[in-house]
Design a protein around this ligand. Structure first.
Ligand SMILES: [Fe+2]
Ligand SMILES: [Fe+2]
Length: 406
């Protein structure tokens, strides 16, 4: 079995997995022999890659030309990234193998360890008491929601909202509208013809999907001016978009109806880190430096230094800005899905985060993948091979997507 980009797919190839669109409607069934008509269907519905029976062309040749030294280096990095996870777990083992292959082929895949262990330690002082005083549930001062966020919340909550209602709100911010159209026109959605208006995007993708995506982008844009020496914002956005895409695709594997919620929850899952970086830059640097020195995750480091972590920090802003609870649930509990009201959605976001960190699809500054809630995940019953398929499809769809929030 192999993953083939739709542009490389030829008539006569046989699907080894069902193919679904972004709303998880079944397009073609496993076992289908591909004809010209099927190629058209896949392009119309924005499918970028499918799994076919047999190895994709060139796969065997590639394994023969592996450079042993480069593979050893890649393996050492991948082992570091996975060091807190049980690679004996079938799904994690599959992700590890995908990560190894991806990192070998993309040596620039994110590994922010050096940045924080060298530069971070010099600039950061770890004074736990003063940090705890600054970041506490009482002391946390967060900005009011920009008016556009309240308007998007209202559109999302309105079951009768039309494409014109969404467009009226989104078009108030030309920068938001332009960014939204850029994402919608990228391989992230994979539509073959250009979508040039918000109303058209809503018609094709859906009212809730577009208004939720607009909401996610608005929240991220609030933090667009964090200094570059603190965080690589482009890498952070890539990590966030990758999580959104992966969460949507994993949700489709479970036939969940509201994949757009998962997409936006994935996009915003680490927004608490942005809040800490923006309003508490010193403690943020300290948390990363402490994680590098102690060999723990940034999440653990935040808890031990601040007594509060980025998910709890995010909770305050989500409540203050009245972000729909269905989105907040998965964001707040992405490190402890079992504690969530909706365990399924929270563990899907956690799995998306594990994959994005594992492969180095951007970074939010983690040096290693945080602990995995295997019991919550196993309850979902998604086969490990399906996750491998999701990873390959997501790599295609994420492609060279390079988004800035200006
Ligand atoms: Fe996180
Ligand atoms: Fe993350």
């Amino acid at each position: 079995m192999g993953c083939v980009a739709v542009e490389d797919l030829s008539q006569g190839m046989v699907l080894s997995e069902d193919v679904r669109d972004i709303h998880c409607r079944l397009l073609l069934s496993r076992g289908q022999v591909i004809s010209e008509k099927h190629l058209r269907i896949l392009k119309i519905w924005g499918v970028c890659a499918v799994n076919v029976v047999g190895s994709p062309k060139g796969a065997e040749d590639a394994s023969e030309t592996l450079d042993p030294e480069r593979m050893a280096r890649t393996q050492a990095i991948t082992d570091q990234v996975f060091r807190h996870l049980d690679t004996g777990h079938e799904t994690i083992q599959g992700i590890y193998q995908e990560a190894l292959a991806y990192r070998y082929a993309h040596p620039g895949a994110a590994f922010p360890g050096e940045r924080w262990s060298a530069a971070g330690l010099k600039g950061a002082t770890v004074d736990a008491d003063s940090i705890r005083t600054r970041i506490s549930t009482v002391d946390l001062k967060l900005p009011d929601a920009p008016p556009i966020i309240s308007e998007l919340n209202a559109v999302i909550a309105d079951p009768f909202a039309t494409s014109n209602d969404v467009a009226r709100v989104v078009n108030k911010s030309p920068a938001l509208a332009a960014l939204l159209l850029r994402i919608v026109n990228s391989a992230y959605y994979g539509f073959p013809s250009k979508i040039d208006r918000i109303t058209r995007a809503v018609t094709i993708i859906g009212t809730k999907e577009i208004s939720s995506l607009a909401l996610g982008i608005c929240v991220m844009r609030t933090f667009k001016d964090i200094p570059a020496e603190l965080i690589d914002m482009a890498a952070f956005i890539r990590h966030s978009l990758a999580c959104g895409l992966l969460a949507r695709m994993i949700a489709a594997q479970k036939n969940l109806p509201e994949t757009e919620q998962l997409s936006v929850a994935g996009l915003l899952h680490d927004m608490g880190k942005l809040i800490i970086f923006k309003y508490y830059p010193g403690p943020a640097a300290a948390a990363h430096a402490h994680a590098a020195a102690a060999g723990c995750t940034v999440y653990q480091s935040e808890r031990s230094l601040f007594g509060i972590d980025h998910t709890q920090v995010a909770k305050h802003l989500l409540q203050k800005w009245k972000i729909p609870p269905v989105l907040a649930n998965s964001i707040i509990h992405h490190h402890h899905p079992s504690a969530a009201q909706d365990v399924t959605k929270a563990v899907i976001v956690q799995m998306a985060d594990i994959i994005a960190n594992g492969l180095g699809l951007g970074t939010s500054g983690e040096l290693a993948i945080p602990a995995f809630d295997d019991k919550a995940w196993d309850g979902l019953g998604i086969a490990a091979c399906n996750i491998n398929w999701v990873i390959r499809q997501a790599i295609h769809q994420l492609g060279a997507l390079d988004i800035t929030l200006v």
